[in-house]
Write a protein that binds this ligand. Sequence first.
Ligand code: HPA
Length: 277
Amino acid sequence: MDSPWINITEASCFIQKKYAPPDVRTAIILGSGLGALADELQSPRIVETAFIPHWPTSTVSGHKGRLIFGELDGTPLLVVQGRVHYYEGYQMDRVVFPVRVLAQLGIRNLIVTNAAGALNPEFSPGDLMIIEDHINLMGTNPLIGPNEDNRGPRFPDMSEPYNRAFIQTMEKAALELDIPIQKGVLAVTHGPTYETAAEVKMLRTLGGDAVCMSTVPEVIAAVHLGLRNLGISCITNMATGLSDSKLSHSEVELTAGIARDKFIRLIRKIIPTLDII
Ligand code: HPA
């Protein structure tokens, strides 16, 4: 075993020994401004990620480092508050470290969320978008390097990075709750600059509906490990050139807060069903 996997085993053993997590199969990674879902958990057991060996710590406002084990209306759920990003200077194996630990803890269903800018002019700030597929424009890939063949294939198939049944479940839940929801392709750049107007035109031409600076590496690592993924983007702004306003992280966090209630209602509805799909 090479060292990244030893570190992953150390981290998961630490969590298991110290906090004896319940039998939890679904985890959700909360993006900018969406951390409030954690407050909805019953019988929460909080693990500060600063204490977990090798766990990377985020430097970005709005990204608290916590794992919260609990139940959402009777279904065990692990909430991950705070992710690290490639633009913070972390190597890709550090960016995807949490996902690999989650898999080792027995997680099989992964919900990834993020704040994103709309490339699709039909979208509006405050919309939620189910991620149907992605375009990786980070210029790198978290699976570069030696492959651990007993964990996942050297050349993973990417025909269904976001589980089709999960997408349908989410669409049905939105319909039943009468919550309008968008669906589309997420483009990812490494940031940390927001895009120029010319880059936004390019990303739209390439087929993107929304753009963000996270999530895709985690999804790639999760596909490699055989996890089933559901991705939700919170559209926090129109991407550069699609509106007159200048972009700022505080605006992104504020708008994500506006979408919070419908996000929580949707997640509440789908969580109990994911493990039986
Ligand atoms: N671009 C990239 N990432 C983002 C944006 C954006 O406009 N908004 C929130 N995250």
